[in-house]
Design a protein around this ligand. Structure first.
Ligand code: EPU
Length: 338
């Protein structure tokens, strides 16, 4: 197995900042990982498993071993008249996997088209967009314990999915290597076009009959028009979560700010659009050197070229402080900070 030292991670994470890992290797099979687990370099260093690197920000060099998960393969594990269970290896590119499902007319993840990253990261933060989350389609997550090497399966329930949350993000952070995910997809797709922008985009496209492919195309159009392409401008999607507040807090804010963008939740609380809060604090489109806030979506922080992780982190702190001061609302970072 090739072990590189003092290796640049620039092209391995979507913020594209120039940081270095003390050691870097890639695994192409489960056996590669099991072999690595026996090596001294693994047992004596902190390690970080990297998928597409699309939800993290390095604020400094990584003093340890970075393991790029390159496990590949897409297989149907079982099916009946209604459902198909598709197993995708963790290192598969997420969007390519979505397109594979779209081309087979398997429904369930078309609303999640064009999300950057790999399959293995999708359950970690329960990726979601346009009314669909991984928790709606995830059947099982296959993992290996990074310490004992034991294989362990997590059912949907065991993943404890929440809004951009799962056990892999907190309780079991860096404890399991995700090897593959089994998705339960629909052979007779039921479409979720409840998110207004999808309906509108289908109309713009002249589509009268929804289909897996039409929805995927609509989502691709919406995302491409609003969100920066990480291949062109460094970013990690939404930097913050949309905060949840009580009804009382919501009502107070609504009185002071009649244009507040908020959605009522099943538990009676409200989710506020963090993008709106940040925009009201005048950060949208602002640039500080090469670190900035995206011009079309204030929830997305960007690296215009040579920003470093600390500059982006400091900008996120300025935003947190401003939103706290203006609205008395605490934003939480969605992106993992290293
Ligand atoms: N808004 C503003 N200003 C902005 C951005 C948003 O006023 O700069 C307001 C608008 O009223 C808009 C509303 O906020 O209608 C919601 O905006 P948007 O539809 O863009 O969605 P979001 O809540 O900002 C979430 C996810 C995105 C996902 C979209 C679509 C989070 C943290 N983000 O963003 O996910 O694509 O919904 O479902 O929940 C990601 O997680 O990386 C991500 C991009």
């Amino acid at each position: 197995m090739l072990m590189l030292t003092n290796y640049s991670l620039k092209k391995y994470h979507t913020f594209g900042t120039d940081v270095y890992a003390s050691y870097f290797t890639e695994i192409n099979s489960v056996n590669d990982f099991k072999a690595l687990q026996k090596e001294a370099i693994y047992t004596s260093h902190t390690s970080l498993i990297l998928g597409g690197g699309s939800n993290l920000l390095f604020t400094k060099n990584f003093n340890g071993l970075v393991i790029k998960n390159n496990l590949k393969g897409i297989d149907i594990v079982k099916q009946d008249a209604d459902f198909v269970y598709v197993k995708a290896a963790a290192g598969e590119n997420w969007h390519q996997f979505v397109l594979w499902c779209v081309n087979h007319n398997y429904g369930g993840i078309e609303n999640l088209s064009l999300i950057p990253g790999c399959v293995g990261a999708s359950p970690m933060q329960n990726i979601g967009a346009y009314g669909v989350e991984i928790k709606d389609v995830c059947h099982e997550v296959n993992t290996i314990d990074v310490n004992s090497g034991e294989e362990k399966k997590f059912s949907n329930v065991a993943c404890k999915f929440g809004y951009r949350e799962s056990v892999f993000k907190h309780v079991y952070k860096n404890k399991y290597l995700i090897t593959s995910v089994i998705f339960k997809l629909n052979k007779k797709p039921v479409f979720n076009t409840s998110y207004g922008a999808i309906e509108q985009e289908l109309k713009n496209m002249g589509i009268t009959q929804a289909s897996v492919k039409a929805i995927s195309d609509a989502v691709i159009n919406i995302r491409s028009s609003k969100l920066p392409d990480p291949a062109k401008i460094g970013n990690a999607g939404s930097f913050f979560k949309n905060p949840e507040v009580s009804k009382q807090k919501h009502d107070e804010l609504k009185q002071q700010h009649p244009n507040l963008v908020a959605y009522v939740l099943d538990n009676g609380n409200y989710k506020l659009a963090a993008g709106w809060l940040i925009e009201q604090c005048d950060f949208k489109g602002k640039r500080f050197g090469d670190a900035g806030v995206h011009v079309n979506q204030a929830l997305v922080l960007v690296n215009y070229g040579t920003a470093n992780g600390s500059e982006i982190y400091n900008l996120s702190q300025q935003i947190l402080d401003a939103v706290q001061k203006t609205f008395g609302v605490t934003l939480e970072r969605e992106v993992n900070i290293y």
